[in-house]
Design a binder for this molecule. Structure first.
Ligand code: NAG
Ligand code: NAG
Ligand code: NAG
Ligand code: NAG
Ligand code: NAG
Ligand code: NAG
Ligand code: NAG
Ligand code: NAG
Ligand code: NAG
Ligand code: CU
Length: 596
């Protein structure tokens, strides 16, 4: 362990567990193996023999200690996405910034508190593309007893409320991931060799399991014809757009077997993920953990109540389709019908048509709406429980668009349930405004800055957090930010692709947003004076999807001293340079306390 390192004198009192506080201990043994999550063998990584790894469970305000034993042939770090790391910025798991990567056959212990945190979070490797090699898992934090829940906005029926409350005790989780033909080091090496983004995946995994499904060309042509654009690309058998010069040169040319691409499509028939429940309401955590595409999620025959986004209770909204940018997580409660129902993650806003399907075997006490009888049902004979049978409604097409008048919701369509006075920022002028431009500055280079600055590989001797006196490149968002200052970040997108932008160390309010226009003002005050409409009661998230040609203005209070990376959650874009580092309240950053 780190017992060789000297205990430094803390400048500001760093957080460490109090005598009466609970520490929950996890050991992650990482190993390299051959895996076939979708029926095709490749090299992959496991945590305690599993991919995804074990779920980390805790109660609000508990401490979590995770010892990572790295038996992989590569160095890694682990990041706990959605955990604010208040008082423990060194446990954020960002290579070069908060720690050096953990070398093979070494170990590292992360220790942090779930301070005022509850709900659904997740962890994933933060070095290179290793997350998508299998190094990720769920975190499930039980809200404290006194915390107000939004369930009464769904029903006031005492019995139903009891059932929902009971379901909260044992949430179900679905994590979707993009799976490529090769392991991620190979995919990334090919990305740099060919100069082409890996925009074509092999399958979508749900909780680590998937299938290669081959759809016909007539389906791809039908979907393509739905678009208003006159541009009519052709498709390969994997559903990936192909044109003579690629899709704006972003994807493959004919014949080149580049990054994730593996035609001709040969289907596999592996077992899909099956979820079982016996309650009449389920509490379901849904995450897009993939490194590549926005996904649309739906459950055939069921609408869903969104109750939480990025680990924060929201005013419930009823919807049929959840739009999930990479890194976004949503908790829904669903009134269960009886039967077996497909649950779909479909690629959307992408140059590929593909869908991953898992099945939900639901056995509620009430037998309303029994469904057993549809093509491909992995279960037999549930007919005898029900008596009648229906074909459940399918809500979304293979391009993630609604198949009728169905509602779809983005995380930013929500409003936080708890109106927290501390974060009630009003519309006062921010103390700092950073004006960023999301731009693809080359085939595989991606920047956040007007001048095209790329986030370099942070492979210095000492992580940035321990060498604050050095001079930094333009990628440093360093503006003498003091504790409690208000910070705005303008994210303009000049690119033809959308970017899911994630900030560590904070949830932030998306106070300005447009899907079709850039933000032309130098700050929010000036914008408001020119009739710019801010979002009232804005959404609180830690990932915001900034659409092509659009913008987002995000705001937070600098109350978490540390160095926090702001980056695109698309793995190829992050590795291609789309990141920045926020220097927050530097004079109050605690010195690291190493565990013994
Ligand atoms: C976790 O480990 C710490 C020592 O690092 C110990 O004090 C604590 O009791 C352990 N927690 C549990 C729940 O066993
Ligand atoms: C991790 O590996 C160590 C050493 O082989 C073993 O003692 C421990 O039980 C393993 N832990 C888990 C959670 O698998
Ligand atoms: C439940 O009751 C509360 C308080 O009367 C009310 O505000 C809320 O709208 C009700 N919920 C539903 C689903 O009707
Ligand atoms: C795409 O690549 C081809 C071949 O290298 C080149 O001729 C063409 O100009 C490129 N198009 C764009 C839009 O960059
Ligand atoms: C319902 O499911 C829970 C959790 O899977 C299980 O513990 C319980 O025994 C089941 N109850 C019945 C009546 O099957
Ligand atoms: C869709 O959402 C609107 C409000 O956002 C709501 O009035 C309507 O009932 C919803 N439709 C369905 C089918 O749930
Ligand atoms: C975006 O990148 C392109 C290509 O490098 C460059 O021409 C353009 O000026 C950039 N735009 C902005 C706003 O950074
Ligand atoms: C960093 O700079 C400050 C102020 O100049 C100085 O007091 C401190 O000793 C320096 N720290 C290191 C590690 O060099
Ligand atoms: C930061 O702001 C909070 C809430 O407004 C206030 O309670 C606290 O005293 C402030 N802390 C400092 C150091 O200014
Ligand atoms: Cu991106």
């Amino acid at each position: 362990m780190n017992w060789l390192l000297i205990l430094m004198v803390a400048v500001v009192v760093a957080s460490s567990p109090g005598v009466d506080e609970v520490i929950r201990n996890y050991t992650f043994n990482l190993t390299h193996s051959f895996v076939n999550p979708d029926g095709k063998y490749k090299s992959g990584f496991l945590i305690n023999g599993m991919a995804p790894g074990p779920t980390i469970e805790g109660d609000e305000n508990d401490w979590i200690q995770v010892t990572v034993n790295n038996h992989l042939p590569v160095a890694i770090t682990m990041h706990f996405h959605g955990i604010m790391q208040r008082g423990t910025p060194w446990a954020d798991g960002v290579p070069g910034i908060t720690q050096n990567p953990i070398p093979p056959e070494d170990c590292f212990t992360y220790l942090f508190q779930l301070k005022d945190q509850y709900g659904f979070a997740w962890y994933h490797a933060h070095h290179r593309g290793y997350s998508t090699d299998g190094l990720y898992g769920a975190m499930n934090i039980k809200p404290k007893i006194g915390r107000d829940r939004p369930y009464r906005k769904i029903t006031n029926n005492t019995r139903e409320l009891e059932i929902i409350k009971r379901a909260e005790e044992s949430p179900l989780t679905l994590i979707a991931d993009d799976s490529f033909k090769w392991n991620m080091d190979v995919v990334m090496a090919r990305m740099f060799d060919y100069g082409i983004d890996p925009l074509c995946s092999q399958s979508i995994l749900i909780n680590g399991r998937g299938r290669v499904v081959c759809h016909g060309n007539e389906i791809f042509n039908r979907l393509s014809a739905k678009k208003s654009s006159s541009y009519r690309p052709t498709f390969d058998s994997m559903g990936c757009m192909r044109a003579e010069n690629g899709y704006d040169n972003a994807t493959d040319y004919f014949g080149l077997e580049v990054p994730g691409y593996s035609p001709p499509c040969t289907p596999t028939f592996t077992d899909p993920y099956k979820m079982e429940s016996n309650s009449s309401w389920i509490y379901l955590n849904v995450l897009n953990g993939g490194g590549q595409y926005t996904k649309a999620f739906s459950i055939d025959g069921h609408s869903m109540y969104v109750i939480s986004v990025d680990g924060i209770f929201v005013d419930p909204i009823e919807t049929h389709i959840l739009m999930l940018p990479v890194g976004s997580r949503i908790t829904v409660v669903v009134k269960a019908k009886m039967g077996v129902f497909p649950m779909r993650f479909t690629l959307t806003k992408s140059p590929q048509y593909s869908e991953g399907v898992a099945y939900w075997h639901s056995k509620p006490e009430s037998k309303e709406g029994t469904n057993c009888d549809y093509e491909g049902s992995p279960y037999q004979g549930c007919q005898e429980n029900g008596g009648f049978s229906i074909i459940p409604t399918k809500y979304q097409d293979l391009d993630g668009s609604p198949l009728g008048e169905y509602n779809f919701s983005w995380p930013i369509d929500t409003k936080p349930f708890e109106k927290n006075a501390k974060y009630n920022l009003g519309m006062r002028q921010a103390d700092h405004t950073f004006d960023l431009y999301l731009n693809r500055t080359g085939m595989i280079t991606f920047s956040m800055f007007k001048d095209g600055t790329l986030l370099p590989k942070m492979n210095m001797k000492t992580p940035l957090l321990q060498s604050l006196n050095e001079t930094f490149g333009n990628w440093a968002l360093r503006d003498d930010i003091h504790y409690n200052d208000t910070v705005d970040i303008i994210l303009n997108n000049n690119n033809m692709m959308g970017h899911p932008i994630h900030l560590h160390g904070h949830l932030f309010y998306v106070i300005g947003f447009s899907g079709s226009e850039n933000f032309y003002h130098s700050n929010l005050k000036e914008a408001i004076e020119n009739d710019y409409k801010v979002k009232e009661n804005p959404p609180l998230v830690d990932v915001v999807y900034v659409p092509p040609g659009g913008h987002a203005v995000i705001r937070f209070v600098a109350d978490n001293p540390g160095l926090w990376i702001l980056h695109c959650h698309n793995l190829g874009h992050l590795i291609g340079g789309m990141g920045a580092v926020l220097f927050e309240a530097e004079d109050k950053i605690p010195s690291q306390i190493f565990s013994v």
